[in-house]
Structures are given as structure tokens and as C-alpha cells.
Design a protein around this ligand. Structure first.
Ligand SMILES: [Zn+2]
Length: 237
């Protein structure tokens, strides 16, 4: 891991987190509801960008600095791992998008198509660009196949056990599978396994402390994303 790149990622993550804030704010609504554009407390109009606090009643949107902090950590790790490589852009784009998706999923249990679906062509183009320019461990064909494999695996799980894994998780799994497949089959398998292990560990802990019952469902997106992040970071150069 390159310390200089990691430091740059940390610094870049703070403004990036502030930009993500507006998407998280607007899309943290039930799937059939219109975008959130007004303050949840006093209903005053919120700014289009840089949604930090309501200018009317002072209500802070979300934990102060939380999104910026998480984005800074994620981008710091990804810059450190991928810094200077041609596939860096694809992974940093996915890292930032992943933070926004995890925040939305935790707040309203959905992964909006409007963020997930356009990310497919963006990531494929960025990886195709990386494949053309550089010497990396990446392989575009394997990436596309990885998307099919992980997306297919989640689709099978969603069909087997309706109510657990949802359609949003399946579409996100396809996207994560492209990134993990690019890095190799062991990374893809590790990412998939880590997602389920993290979800099981957190669910069991919450059941143990009685914050959750066996019948509860919790958002799976953040675990899928965290597993994919850890697996992408863990591979040796
Ligand atoms: Zn307000």
C-alpha cells in the first residue's frame, strides 16, 4: 500500500463525501416516493448540492461529517491499493458509489436503480480503458463473467429465499462481481464469502443483544459492499 496515495485518497474523500451527501439525502426515500427535496423537520426547501444542514431550522442531515469520514477512509484505502494503476478510477468510482448506496440502504432498505444501473457502463468503460492501457492483474473478459457469476448467485438466493435478498442486491452483486472478477476468481470468491460472513456476524450480534429477532431482515447491501471492498484490498500486488 502506498502511503502517499492513501493520504491523497483521505484528503479527496472529504469533498467527495460532501458531494455524495446530496444523492444520499435525495434518494433516502421509499422506492415509490418522489426524491426528498425538503427538510424532514421543517419542510423548508433544501439546497440541490451540499446538503449539510437546513438553512431554516438548522436541522443537520445525517451524522455530522459521518459520510465524509467514511468516504475518506474508503478512498484512502482504495487510493493506497490502486494508486497509480490504470484501474484506479474504476475502483475509486465504485468505492464512492458504494458509500452512498450503503448509506441509503441503511436508512431506507433500498439500493436505487438510478445509482446502480448507470454504474454498469461507467465501470465497464473504465475497466476497458484500464485493459487497453496497462499492465495490471485485471482481465476484462473475466470481469464481465464475474458480474454474471456473482449476479447469478444472488439471483438464485433471492429466488430461493424471497424476502431476504432483494432485486437491488442482485443488481448490486452483478456490479460488484465485475470489479471482483477483474481482480481474479479468488478475489471474487473471497468478496462473496466475506459479505455473507459479515452479515451473519452482525445479525447474530444484534440478535444476541436483542436488537433484532430471527424474523427480522436487515439491509444486505452494506455487507455485500464491505465484503467486496475487503477482498479488493486484501489481494497482494
Ligand atoms: Zn429545516
Amino acid at each position: 500500500m502506498s502511503a502517499v496515495w492513501a493520504a491523497e485518497g483521505l484528503v479527496a474523500g472529504v469533498p467527495a463525501g460532501t458531494v455524495l451527501r446530496s444523492a444520499v439525502f435525495q434518494l433516502s426515500v421509499p422506492s415509490d416516493a418522489p426524491d426528498q427535496t425538503t427538510c424532514p423537520r421543517c419542510a423548508a426547501a433544501m439546497p440541490r448540492w451540499f446538503v449539510i444542514r437546513c438553512g431554516h431550522c438548522g436541522h443537520h442531515f445525517g451524522a455530522l461529517g459521518g459520510l465524509e469520514l467514511v468516504t475518506a477512509i474508503v478512498l484512502g484505502l482504495l487510493f493506497g491499493r490502486f494508486g497509480g494503476r490504470p484501474d484506479m478510477l474504476a475502483f475509486c468510482f465504485l468505492g464512492a458509489l458504494g458509500v452512498a448506496l450503503a448509506a441509503i440502504d441503511l436508512s431506507v432498505q433500498r439500493l436505487p436503480d438510478r445509482l446502480v444501473l448507470p454504474a454498469y457502463p461507467v465501470v465497464i468503460v473504465l475497466l476497458a480503458f484500464a485493459a487497453l492501457t496497462g499492465h495490471t492483474e485485471g482481465d476484462l473478459g473475466r470481469a464481465l463473467l464475474g458480474g454474471l457469476v456473482l449476479g447469478g448467485m444472488y439471483l438464485a438466493l433471492a429466488l430461493l429465499r424471497p424476502g431476504g435478498i432483494g432485486g437491488g442486491d442482485v443488481k448490486l452483486a452483478g456490479l460488484a462481481g465485475i470489479a471482483l472478477g477483474w481482480l481474479g476468481w479468488p478475489t471474487l470468491m473471497a468478496g462473496a464469502a466475506l459479505g455473507f460472513m459479515l452479515s451473519a456476524a452482525v445479525s447474530l450480534t444484534l440478535i444476541a443483544v436483542r436488537r433484532l429477532t430471527l424474523q427480522s431482515t436487515i439491509s444486505f447491501g452494506p455487507f455485500l459492499l464491505a465484503g467486496a471492498l475487503l477482498a479488493s484490498l486484501a489481494v497482494a500486488r
